[in-house]
Design a protein around this ligand. Sequence first.
Ligand SMILES: Nc1ncnc2c1ncn2[C@@H]1O[C@H](COP(=O)(O)OP(=O)(O)OP(=O)(O)O)[C@@H](O)[C@H]1O
Ligand SMILES: Cc1cn([C@H]2C[C@H](O)[C@@H](CO)O2)c(=O)[nH]c1=O
Ligand SMILES: [Zn+2]
Length: 183
Amino acid sequence: MVGKITVITGPMYSGKTTELLSFVEIYNIGKKKTIVFKPSLDDRYGIDTVATHTGFQVKAHRISKSDEIFDYINEDVDAVFIDEVQFLDVQLIDIVKKLVFKGIDVFCAGLDISYLENPFETTAKLLAIADEVIKKKAVCEKCGEHRATYSYKIVPNGGEIDIGGKDKYIAVCRECLRELKNL
Ligand SMILES: Nc1ncnc2c1ncn2[C@@H]1O[C@H](COP(=O)(O)OP(=O)(O)OP(=O)(O)O)[C@@H](O)[C@H]1O
Ligand SMILES: Cc1cn([C@H]2C[C@H](O)[C@@H](CO)O2)c(=O)[nH]c1=O
Ligand SMILES: [Zn+2]
């Protein structure tokens, strides 16, 4: 049997990690063998965990390159979960394909676009090969509606890759983005 590819995407605070971890729980309840990965770059909340903004955590392997995933895969693994895929190299796409051909279900979560509205290449390519795409929305921090699809940077400094939370980014809807950018 082959596995399936699920990609969870959207702006910051939209609940991508929460959704990813709810799938981990579902597989664990079903006594399936799960493994969680995250890029070593993102160490906001702890070194060996994937954590949501609400503080819920599960143990995770930190990887700096996508092919390190294979170091942890054996015959017993039923499902692989990868958070913050926007920070991993595009080789992840080939690795995900290999995993599903081994019969492993793969769940990926990550930002679709940067605060500059550029698509993150690894997420974009995963979305293209996904069997299922879950596009999440956040609450717009300007108008309060549950329709935010953008991550807006509130500080001037830092590049396109710049780890942070509410100190640097807020979630906004398209209408509020237009106002913020004076478009
Ligand atoms: N603007 C917001 N809209 C929705 N939830 C928010 C917002 N700000 C904070 N939260 C909190 O964030 C939680 C979602 O956190 P989670 O870590 O799952 O998001 P995420 O999409 O993975 O974020 P990130 O891309 O920053 O990792 C929500 O359950 C809520 O408690
Ligand atoms: C929106 C955005 C988030 N990030 C970071 C902030 C968080 O650490 C992580 C998203 O959870 O990505 C960037 O590096 N660049 C961006 O453009
Ligand atoms: Zn808004």
